[in-house]
Design a protein around this ligand. Structure first.
Ligand code: UT7
Length: 336
């Protein structure tokens, strides 16, 4: 039997902080309403970390859950990539802290592509595994967005939440006999950056600019417009690269920013809206954590199953964006 080397998604885990905050809770100290937030975004709740709970704490919990789910040991992990905009410290990486928490010797580093970070991190991890840096890669998306919210700005402070999600990518040799003709694992990814839009979504501070972390500033209307156009076009390009059609997708798991963006993308690419996983109402926008949080939730909820063809897509500051397609899980029998 012929064997192909594939990068498989074999485990998933997530973590949400305990403090769940409703729109009504926010409207007690911000000039806003449940009606406005729900109608304009679809968000009802978000979770916030406590003062002494850090991005690495959430990332560690999500990572341990993913390791358990994949049925591997932490010491088997060769690479840890953490996508985050809200690291514990300016340096060293949050990944190095998580490496120590879970106890392994993996090459560990953070990447910064804001809300698109998780899609970027999987693309990097896949390339590193293919290039021979190891057999197993832990990819984490973790963000404590509540720590960079400006509570005086109602147009951004109601949108974001905190959380973490993690996946295990494994390199395996698997049979290339396929009943549906579609390979297992990562099938393709398309990631992009356009720095001319740098100022549309940014923080008001930074280490070299003013030695502060700063607060989120966003031109919401422009970001909305770019999101619909760029999420749609990158998905179409990725489908073409994978020689697949929109109907081949079982589920699309987009970055969870605004329910209206998800509907507009579905409409633009001709996707059945029922195939879009949405956890916006309960999580808000958790930046790099939003895709793995939504993925974990929908697997546990029995929606996504092994062998399903999934698309991830995200956009964030930079602007940075991208889409990727994969066949989820491990084939029924595989040989290493
Ligand atoms: O994760 C990165 C990607 N981020 C995104 O994808 C976000 C993209 N953008 C959006 O989701 C939307 O643009 C927002 C949800 C941020 C805003 O929705 P919008 O429909 O574009 O509203 P707007 O900014 O045009 O504001 C409309 C009105 C304004 O009042 P006036 O000027 O019409 O009187 C705002 O002052 O809504 C007002 N407003 C609010 N009212 C109550 C803005 N924020 C709030 C609020 N509560 N929280």
């Amino acid at each position: 039997m012929m064997l192909d080397t594939r990068i498989l998604l074999t485990g998933i885990g997530s973590y949400l902080p305990k403090n769940k905050v409703s729109n009504e809770d926010l409207s007690k100290f911000i000039d806003t309403s449940d009606e406005w937030i729900t109608k304009r975004t679809g968000i009802k709740y978000r979770h916030f970390v406590s003062e002494n709970e850090f991005t690495s704490d959430m990332g560690t919990k999500a990572a341990n859950n993913a390791i358990l789910d994949a049925g591997i040991n932490a010491e088997d992990i060769d690479i840890i990539i953490v996508a985050t905009t809200t690291p514990d410290n300016t340096f060293p990486s949050t990944a190095s802290k998580i490496q120590q928490n879970i106890k392994c010797n993996a090459i560990s580093f953070d990447i910064q592509a804001v809300c698109a970070g998780f899609v970027y991190a999987i693309s990097i991890g896949t390339s590193m595994l293919r290039d021979g840096y190891g057999e197993k890669c832990l990819v984490i998306g973790a963000d404590s967005m509540s720590k960079i919210l400006d509570w005086k700005d109602r147009s951004t402070s109601v949108l974001f939440g905190d959380g973490a999600g993690a996946i295990i990518l494994e390199k395996h040799k698997v049979s290339n006999y396929l009943r549906d003709g579609i390979q297992w694992g990562i099938l393709g990814s398309k990631i992009f950056t356009d720095g001319q839009y740098h100022d549309l979504l940014m923080t008001s501070g930074g280490v070299s600019a003013n030695k502060k972390a700063g607060y989120i500033k966003m031109n919401g209307k422009e970001i909305f417009r770019h999101a619909v156009e760029k999420l749609s076009s990158s998905l179409v390009m990725c489908l073409e690269e994978c020689k697949l059609k929109i109907n081949n997708l079982d589920w699309v798991i987009p970055h969870q920013a605004n329910q209206r963006i998800l509907s507009a993308v579905a409409n633009k690419v001709g996707l059945d809206e029922n195939k879009i996983i949405s956890t916006i109402s309960n999580h808000g926008n958790t930046s790099a954590a939003s895709i793995p949080l939504a993925l974990d939730y929908s697997i546990k909820n029995g929606e996504i199953n092994k062998g399903n063809i999934l698309a991830f897509q995200a956009i964030g500051g930079g602007l940075s964006w991208g889409s990727m397609i994969l066949k989820f899980g491990k084939p029924p029998a595989f040989e290493k």
